[in-house]
Each structure stands twice: as C-alpha cells, then as structure tokens.
Design a protein around this ligand. Structure first.
Ligand SMILES: [Zn+2]
Length: 118
C-alpha cells in the first residue's frame, strides 16, 4: 500500500480544505406550483419547466399517495393564484398613485407659473 512520503503541515492541510466549503444553490420559485426549485431545472414537485409539463409526477405513486399529491398541488396552485392576484392589485394601486402624484405636480407647476407672471 502506498504511503505518503512527507507529512503535510497544518497550513498545507488548511489550504487544501479552503476549497471544500459548500456553495449556496440558486433557488427560484416555480411558476406552476410556487415551490422552491433549482433555476434552469425541471421542478421536482410538479414536473413543470417554463409552463410545460416535462415529467409526469404521478406515474410512480400509489393510489393513496396520488390523492395526497394531487391535494398538495391543488393547494399550491391556489396559493400561486392568490399571490398573482395580490401583486396585480398592488400594481394597479401603484399606477393610480403615480397618476395622482403627476396630476398634483402639474397643478402646483401651473400655480407657480401664474404667480411668476403676476
Ligand atoms: Zn413546480
């Protein structure tokens, strides 16, 4: 059996291990079920990628497990729909507010111009 020729110093060992840290993986919200999934990969929860079903997640499951999974996916779909609605409402409110602010600015500008003229 091969044996190491020389003992490695503690600094050598530390330098070697400096590259062993675990990197943070890039998680993205799945557009279909809202579950956390790796970016540019098929979602493991629902089998969708870019809105297209790539994998049928139910093929390997029993009847009981199928029912459970279907319930879970339905709940997650509802959650995603709700979040989308909320974000749409927020965008509408922001648009309204920006319009109101721009109108007020116009009014104040007009008033200032009138004052300068008089
Ligand atoms: Zn998904």
């Amino acid at each position: 059996m091969g044996l190491p020729v020389k003992r490695h110093t503690s600094s050598k060992r530390k330098r070697r291990r400096s590259h062993l840290a675990i990197q943070e993986c890039n998680l993205v919200k799945c557009s279909h079920c809202g579950n956390q999934a790796l970016s540019h990969r098929v979602c493991g929860q629902c089998g969708y990628y870019k809105g297209i079903q790539i994998i049928d997640v139910f093929t390997k499951l029993d009847k009981k497990e199928k029912k459970k999974k279907e319930k879970e996916l339905a709940m997650q779909g509802k959650k995603v729909a709700l979040e989308e609605k909320e974000s749409a409402i927020n965008e509408k409110e922001i648009e309204k507010n920006t319009k109101e602010i721009s109108q007020e600015r116009k009014k104040t500008n007009d008033l200032l111009k009138n004052k300068k003229k008089s």
